[in-house]
Design a protein around this ligand. Structure first.
Ligand code: NAD
Length: 416
């Protein structure tokens, strides 16, 4: 597969050309404002010390503090972190929240560490990060292999560092430490809201629309749950062990319970189906909510869904995108479709700063408004300029960021 960072840069260059951005503006947007690489010494249970590598990239602070998750995984690399930080810039701009993009990672097989080693690793990484994060500068969040527990440790380290409790330094915290209502379901709910709005724009409802969801974790489960509440029928779901299919519809709540108790979906009511076939099922809406690159040039031509809503980050490769566009499949892109998570992270930060907390109803209402507005904004660009939804989302996002930069660097305006 191509280098993820080169892909991200190429994607930007294509959009910059269409927006007629100057070469200097393109150069400015093509690299993160800062990339920090840290050695992170972690005392292990056996008395030895392991030196891990930690990374934090701040792609842009043009529209506000950098925002983005911390990923603890052996595959983390500087290039991956840089690409993800750039995509966060575009994602925050699409939903029009006052943030730039950031991302971080710790290169470690985190699941192989003992609970005490995990805590020491997280706190050691947090201590390295302290001078470079803050509620007005860079606000991390959970990502692969990190969650509320890790956010609590980082919050604690930061609060000790500044000498007072500072919940707004990080989002995705436990409710007890200033986390927001509605964060757990935000991304999946956002996917459903974008899909619902897309159909409304075409004078249709989700009533009895057939949906297939790949990946049955946080995003996939919530997307399936909310879409089925909106009237859609979930006909296929899968996890890493395999999928199930039921043409008359799957009972989502029962499937979630089964997955929780058995650790897999296979065995639940319905026909067993291999993962690759699940993506190619006859359906109206396909929600890839597992991994990057699930839809590639190898399977894109066999996709039968009319609409793909990208719950995962980067589930469709650029080659697949071109094939899908030719086939007339509409792809609601990740930077729009899965932006519900960062939107509720933003709500968490706002509540922390106000020291005033909203109830679940308020969070859902605000999320709904913001996802619908963002869908309308992207849809308008797509229609007016006859672009794919992905291209439209990028055009909108990059323009918003470039316009902000031009306010302080008018010299960067002009034509390349
Ligand atoms: P998760 O770990 O909770 O769930 C991932 C699911 O995918 C699991 O059920 C796993 O079994 C399944 N899976 C893995 N490989 C698979 C395969 N080959 N076929 C089918 N299923 C497979 O993760 P998550 O938080 O739900 O995130 C899923 C995706 O959404 C990731 O790309 C993530 O970056 C993206 N995302 C998540 C959030 C969030 O708030 N959680 C926000 C934005 C984007």
């Amino acid at each position: 597969m191509d280098n993820v960072w080169q892909n991200a840069q190429r994607q930007l260059a294509n959009v910059a050309k269409e927006l007629e951005l100057s070469d200097d503006m393109l150069a400015y947007l093509s690299e993160p404002e800062a990339v920090h690489i840290y050695t992170v010494p972690v005392p292990m249970d056996d008395g030895t010390t392991k030196v891990l590598t930690g990374i934090r990239a701040q792609h842009s602070l043009a529209r506000g503090p950098a925002k983005g998750g911390l990923r603890f995984h052996p595959s983390v690399s500087v290039d991956e972190v840089k690409a993800l930080s750039m995509w966060m810039t575009w994602k925050c701009a699409v939903v029009d929240i006052p943030y730039g993009g950031g991302k971080g990672g710790l290169v470690v097989d985190y699941k192989a560490l003992s609970p005490h080693e995990q805590e020491r690793a997280t706190r050691a990484f947090a201590r390295r990060l302290l001078p470079h994060i803050g509620p007005d500068f860079d606000i991390p969040a959970p990502d692969v292999c990190t969650g509320a527990r890790e956010m609590a440790w980082i919050y604690h380290e930061y609060s000790n560092y500044v000498g007072h409790p500072e919940p707004a330094v990080i989002t995705g915290k436990p409710i007890e430490l200033g986390g927001s209502q509605g964060r757990a379901d935000a991304t999946g709910r956002g996917v459903a809201l974008v899909v619902q709005r897309y159909f409304e724009m075409h004078d249709e409802t989700l009533e009895r629309k057939r949906v297939v969801v790949q990946g049955f974790g946080n995003v996939g489960q919530w997307a399936a749950r909310v879409l089925s509440k909106m009237g859609a029928i979930i006909v296929g779901v899968s996890d890493s062990r395999g999928g199930i299919y039921a043409s008359e519809g799957i009972n989502v709540e029962a499937a979630i319970e089964y997955k929780e108790s058995e650790g897999k979906l296979i065995g639940f009511t319905g026909e067993e189906i291999p993962n690759d076939e699940l993506l190619e099922l006859e359906c109206d809406i396909l929600v890839p909510a597992a991994l990057e690159g699930a839809i590639s040039k190898d399977n894109a031509k066999r996709i039968k869904a009319g609409v793909i809503a990208e719950g995962a980050n980067g589930p469709t490769t650029p080659d697949a995108d071109a094939i899908l566009e030719k086939k007339g499949v509409v792809v609601l892109p990740d930077i729009l479709a899965n932006a519900g998570g960062v939107t509720v992270s933003y709500f968490e930060w706002v509540q922390n700063r106000q020291r005033m907390y909203w109830n679940l109803h308020d969070v859902h209402q605000r999320l709904r408004d913001m996802m619908r507005d963002a869908t309308d904004d992207v849809g308008k660009v797509a229609t007016e300029q006859e672009l794919s939804w992905r291209r439209a989302a990028y055009m909108l996002a990059v323009k918003r960021v470039a316009d902000a930069i031009k306010m302080t660097h008018p010299d960067l305006d002009g034509h390349g």
